[in-house]
Write a new protein. Structure first.
Length: 344
């Protein structure tokens, strides 16, 4: 074992472990693929272990690679925190979590517990489309949501990391004919009209996902309505108009209404952590670490058997699944538990 280990080699290792693809990992590190290959080979020589299995079709972690990866991440996070502290520029990180009840907020809370010395400031935009525009304008650092619904030109300027497949649900008035069910079959909503953010340009990625689901199952989209700002105003408008609402199983409480998971199939809302390409901040590292830990512990990246998810979302959440390759800790065939995010 060498007395000193170049952190650059560990960063190459972590990037390739995330991407499991030399071209994408090299692009993420702003280096040539050949240079990345040299760094990985050098690290393997210095550690005297094989970290990856490489074939012409895929790259995967060895058992030694999986064992050493958490240690490498901790070293890199400590290095980033040290550099930020030395520079004295550990500015607050602005993080959009959509709502106080959401997957994103759970990740933020976990990251805050891990790095209490950093300031991670929550923002509450109503959708990723709007939040992505804020990121590219420099007014926001990190957001969460469905990257497949973004304009490709916008998506090309962002990095993202898969966090969770959120089971979708429906918010129903107490008196609705389906409110007494423990879960609502999607087919039972045929002919119903549901609100799904139409008319709010900030939530276009959510509305487009709903439109695909609705078209396949005979559900009508509620007429466009102006953006509804804040949970209190959302509750007022929904109750006044008597809407049923397409939601996620994590959702704010609305008096006089109930949240019911959807089933047969379980529609999924894919959530990724999103940031501007090139962003370096210890807070971002903490969010990524928290997302990975929660996803592993809660099974967030396991898709229920027979679940519903558009092909473009499956590809962007894990491009390698299209080739039959699994990311460590993520199994598309095992059933994940559904738990009670606000979409407005």
């Amino acid at each position: 074992m060498p007395p000193h280990l170049d952190p650059r080699l560990l960063r190459a290792f972590a990037a390739l472990a995330d991407e499991l693809h030399f071209t994408r990992a090299a692009a993420r590190l702003y280096t040539a693929q050949q240079a990345l290959s040299r760094d990985i080979r050098r690290l393997e020589r210095e550690l005297r272990v094989e970290l990856f299995v490489r074939t012409t079709r895929q790259v995967s972690l060895t058992a030694d690679g999986e064992r050493l990866l958490p240690y490498a991440r901790r070293v890199l996070q400590a290095q980033d925190e040290l550099l930020a502290a030395a520079r004295g520029d550990a500015r607050p990180l602005l993080v959009d979590v959509s709502a106080p009840v959401s997957t994103a907020h759970r990740v933020l809370q976990e990251a805050r517990r891990a790095v209490p010395e950093l300031e991670l400031v929550a923002r509450f935009h109503s959708g990723l489309t709007g939040a992505a525009a804020e990121i590219l304008a420099g007014r926001l650092d990190v957001a969460f949501g469905r990257v497949a619904g973004l304009d490709p030109a916008v998506r090309a300027r962002l990095d993202h990391h898969p966090v969770r497949y959120e089971p979708m649900a429906v918010l129903l008035p107490d008196a609705h004919r389906l409110a007494g069910l423990g879960e609502v079959p999607v087919a039972a909503l045929a002919g119903e009209t549901l609100y799904a953010g139409a008319g709010n340009p900030a939530t276009a990625e959510w509305t487009s996902l709903a439109a695909e689901l609705f078209a396949e199952h005979g559900i009508r989209m509620a007429a466009p309505f102006p953006e509804i700002a804040g949970a209190e105003e959302f509750v007022r408008v929904v109750r006044k108009r008597g809407w049923s609402v397409l939601a996620s199983t994590e959702f704010i409480a609305v008096p006089g209404m109930v949240v019911r998971p959807l089933a047969d199939p379980v529609p999924l809302s894919p959530i990724s952590l999103v940031w501007s390409k090139g962003l370096r901040h210890a807070g971002l590292d903490a969010l990524l670490a928290a997302a990975r830990e929660l996803a592993a512990a809660q099974g967030w990246l396991r898709r229920p058997v027979g679940s519903w998810l558009p092909e473009q979302d499956r590809a962007l959440m894990n491009p390698l699944w299209r080739k039959g390759v699994r990311l460590p800790g993520a199994d598309p065939l095992r059933t994940a538990p559904a738990e009670p995010s606000t979409r407005q």
